[in-house]
Design a protein around this ligand. Structure first.
Ligand code: MG
Length: 376
């Protein structure tokens, strides 16, 4: 099972140091601001819509596949475990994990790529992290006194910066969030917790869809071969899907432990003494140790080769891309068919931006239904 990683408690982001909310609010008697942010995120409409958004596998084939909601919960579990093990701020980490995909458009990465392609026709772009920020800043209406959720600065910062750093001046929406600096470790954790969660989950979903056998994974991922050998020695009579789950458990443990250890080692070697040092450090400090990094890379290569470009997924992707492209064009041609308040906005703002925001908020099911009604 490996060892407990060392604590990084001096790098924990203290909730008392938060730069706070845009609109000041009275403090809650027993929930701190990061806990309240978590609760606000959980109660949004955008969070509930994740249930009907594809992660990788469209739900038609099986009831057991991850969707973007269950994926989000798995990321949250892994991120929470890491934050607890390293003694970082679990509340901040949890809020960031729950919100990390809230701006994801319908139809997974194909949907995101297609919206980006549509926006590029007009010299724009689409990025789901920036869309997430718009959701929590203005699209969610839950409070009488302000638009959006009025989240703390650190949660908003982590939302836009969790997956990569931005230079000052690179994106005007990100400049106010200490562009040019690294986010705290709690936010840096999210990206690799996400990667750990989806690589192992995609392996599980694809295995249960019958896309490969245990031996195929073992051939491509040496660490999986070692784990499989142990599992088959201990449980020779177990069904392959049970052997798979035994292997997957060890694999997740190896990646999560490797991530905790790699992060602790990097932080200690860098000599960072405070959150401010983490912010000013030239590179991110959350990383896998070498064995976990190698295994994760092999896993990713295997999934890319055997799963992500498989004919059934490509077919689904082509259909999804077409739906988004058709709807985008339909609303460009007939902006008066947009529902309120988008219709009103389309006459005051650039119509393609309004259309993009409307489509990005849709679930897969709604997008497909609308396509059927308006175009097919
Ligand atoms: Mg994710």
């Amino acid at each position: 099972m490996g060892n407990r990683p060392p604590s990084l408690n001096w790098l924990r982001f203290p909730v008392e140091a938060s730069l706070g909310r845009r609109f000041p609010e009275a403090i809650h008697p027993y929930r701190n601001p990061f806990q309240r942010d978590r609760d606000r995120i959980l109660h949004t409409r955008a969070f509930r819509r994740l249930e009907n958004k594809t992660q990788v596998f469209a739900p038609g084939l099986s009831d057991h596949f991850r969707n973007r909601l269950t994926h989000t919960l798995e990321v949250t579990q892994i991120a929470r475990t890491l934050a607890t093990a390293l003694e970082l701020n679990g509340d901040l980490t949890e809020s960031l994990a729950l919100v990390h995909d809230i701006g994801h458009p319908p139809f997974a990465h194909a949907g995101e790529d297609e919206l980006n392609r549509q926006m590029q026709r007009f010299g724009g772009s689409f990025n789901h992290n920036l869309h997430s920020l718009k959701i929590v800043e203005s699209f969610e209406h839950a409070y009488a006194l302000f638009p959006g959720l009025n989240l703390t600065f650190e949660v908003r910062e982590g939302m836009v910066k969790h997956s990569r750093d931005f230079k000052l001046g690179e994106a005007k929406e990100i400049d106010p969030y200490l562009a040019g600096q690294r986010p705290p470790l709690e936010a840096q954790l999210i990206d690799l917790a996400d990667e750990t969660a989806y690589n192992t989950a995609d392996l599980d979903d694809a295995f249960s869809a019958g896309m490969f056998r245990l031996e195929d994974i073992a051939e491509a991922v040496p660490e999986f071969a070692r784990i499989l050998e142990l599992v088959q020695m201990h449980y020779p009579a177990a069904q392959p899907h049970i052997q798979f789950l035994e292997c997957q458990r060890s694999l997740i443990n190896l990646l999560v432990s490797g991530l905790a250890e790699g992060t602790a080692t990097a932080s200690i070697e860098a000599g960072v003494m405070s959150v401010q040092d983490v912010r000013l450090h030239p590179v991110r400090l959350v990383r896998y140790n070498e064995p976990a990094k190698a295994t994760n890379g092999e896993l990713k290569a295997f999934l890319t080769k055997r799963v992500y470009y498989s004919p059934s997924l490509l077919e689904e992707r082509t259909r999804s891309v077409k739906r988004i492209a058709d709807l985008f064009q339909f609303y460009l041609d007939y902006p008066d068919r947009l529902p309120e308040p988008y219709r009103m906005q389309s006459s005051q703002r650039l119509p393609h931006e309004v259309i993009c925001e409307y489509i990005a908020g849709m679930t897969d099911g709604y997008c497909a239904k609308l396509h059927l009604e308006l175009i097919d």
